[in-house]
Design a binder for this molecule. Structure first.
Ligand code: ADP
Ligand code: ADP
Length: 229
């Protein structure tokens, strides 16, 4: 059971030119296994909020709680979070297997556990027959799946995704959208997905958080947000 509380979160970058907040008064309770989408134009604070949850950016003000525990000062590795970035850099000289196994090797997981997890991710993502290939020999969609695989092998209850599909062409984006939705059903993670694409938000989210200029404009289900009478 994983719930995330964002309790009146603010972010001001120390080097910011203006005096404003990149994120102001972000307040949200995320339920166990929810699929939340942050949507809004470039620069509205989506990524900053996600990075604060991951611990990759300090919180200026407010509390972040995971299952009721204050996390503001916890190291990223102690947050039980897996993250997928927009610019997934795969290691070109490594096989698909090794790309997915890399983080686990760093963390000194034993070999059988690594193999078990990578095989599982490969199966979930339809990459079983590609584990020995190099990234250059894969399609764009398959490469994106390897990036997802790297997150899946962490076996974390929280998944954060920052515009994971924005570098893919339109057709691939649509099919990957459906795959990620299915993946969420299967892995049962509490997920936050960042996008500037309203269609993605509408088709994937349990609840959408609409952001603008660092502030939350609206929170609701897709029909509450987009079916304006
Ligand atoms: P989004 O993800 O919605 O595109 P960001 O969270 O990246 O928005 O950015 C929110 C605001 O914070 C923007 O005004 C951006 O310029 C600013 N910002 C983002 N990262 C930094 C940084 N490292 N230093 C200073 N300002 C930043
Ligand atoms: P990875 O092995 O997953 O690539 P690193 O060990 O290089 O990650 O990153 C150091 C810390 O940064 C990790 O302990 C983790 O908390 C955070 N981090 C980096 N990449 C990720 C990721 N894909 N998912 C979650 N956290 C990450």
């Amino acid at each position: 059971m994983v719930e995330i509380d964002l309790d009146h979160i603010y972010k001001k970058y120390p080097n910011a030119e203006d005096a404003g907040y990149a994120v102001a008064d972000f307040d949200l309770h995320i339920k166990d296994k929810e699929f939340i989408v942050f949507v809004g134009p470039s620069g509205c604070g989506k990524s900053t909020t996600l990075r604060m949850i991951a611990g990759l950016e300090d919180i200026s003000q407010g509390d972040l709680k995971i299952d009721g525990k204050l996390m503001n000062d916890e190291a990223p590795k102690d947050r039980n979070i897996a993250m997928v970035f927009q610019n997934y850099a795969l290691y070109p000289h490594m096989s698909v297997f090794d790309n997915m196994a890399f983080g686990l090797k760093l963390r000194k997981y034993d070999k059988s556990e690594i193999t078990k997890r990578v095989d599982y991710a490969g199966e979930v993502l339809g990459l079983t027959d590609y584990l020995d290939r190099k990234p250059a020999d894969l399609s764009g969609g398959q490469r994106q799946r390897v990036a997802l695989g790297r997150a899946i092998v962490r076996d974390a209850p929280i998944f954060l995704m920052d515009e994971p599909l924005s570098n893919l062409d339109a057709k691939l984006r649509v099919s990957m959208r459906a795959e990620i939705a299915k993946l969420h059903q299967r892995l049962n993670t509490t997920t936050i997905y960042v996008t500037h694409d309203q269609t993605e938000a509408m088709t994937m989210a349990d609840r959408i958080v609409v952001m603008s200029m660092g502030e939350v404009q609206q929170i609701g289900t897709p029909s509450e947000v987009y079916d304006t009478p």
